[in-house]
Design a protein around this ligand. Structure first.
Ligand SMILES: Cc1cc2nc3c(=O)[nH]c(=O)nc-3n(C[C@H](O)[C@H](O)[C@H](O)COP(=O)(O)O)c2cc1C
Length: 193
């Protein structure tokens, strides 16, 4: 049973959220997903444009195919652009799934081009992740899937209109275990007049 969005303070949501990379096998239910999407669209939006659109993928075969496609693209790019850099080797490992075997992927897309629309989508992404955390769910942005999600044939398969851009792929699910938030540097103030 997922917790209510109302049980956590803003402080606890902001400071407790962290990227989750191991998920329990249970699928999240429709009501839970609707609740986090409703929180996402409360984000500020330039000129009230509300450019976001959402694609939800819960089909395990589709997620596996997408992961394979993303790995192919990243491995090819890594070999071409960073032949001596480690850390990207994981993308060529057969068992690695870029979605960490999460059962739900939410892709925040924009129907409008431009910096403001992208900003709106990322603000919606943060709302979604904080709301999910407040409900006891884990999330992780999977930027490594963005290239694959914008390929014309992938868009066609997923039902993403050609003029729509996939911006923020985010996995959502019940965490398999507790993850602790990572550290941050202090804010750097370069001017304060
Ligand atoms: C734009 C963006 C892309 C990211 N892409 C990935 C990714 O492809 N795979 C992954 O495991 N984490 C990804 N992350 C998560 C970051 O690694 C994570 O946010 C960072 O290490 C800080 O950890 P925290 O989220 O636990 O605070 C991404 C985060 C952002 C904001």
């Amino acid at each position: 049973m997922t917790e209510s969005i109302d049980t956590m303070t803003v402080r606890d949501a902001i400071y407790g959220r962290c990227s989750v990379r191991a998920y329990a096998p249970e699928q999240i239910d429709h009501l839970t997903l609707s609740t986090v999407l409703a929180a996402a669209v409360r984000a500020p939006t330039a000129m009230h444009g509300e450019p976001w659109q959402f694609v939800i993928i819960q089909d395990a075969d589709v997620l596996k195919r997408l992961s394979d496609r993303a790995k192919e693209l990243i491995s090819a790019d890594a070999a071409r652009l960073h032949p001596h850099r480690g850390g990207l080797d994981i993308f060529s490992q057969t068992g690695f799934n870029v979605f960490y075997d999460a059962r739900t992927l939410v892709i925040i897309c924009t129907k409008i081009a431009g910096h403001f629309a992208l900003a709106d989508c990322w603000l919606a992404a943060q709302n979604l992740m904080l709301a999910a955390h407040a409900m006891g769910l884990g999330t992780c942005v999977i930027g490594s899937a963005a290239l694959a999600l914008n390929l014309p044939d992938v868009k066609l398969e997923l039902g993403i209109p050609p003029e729509t851009t996939a911006v923020a792929p985010i996995i959502v699910g019940k965490p398999r275990s507790q993850t602790l938030p990572s550290a941050r540097n202090e804010p750097i103030i370069v001017a304060w007049r």
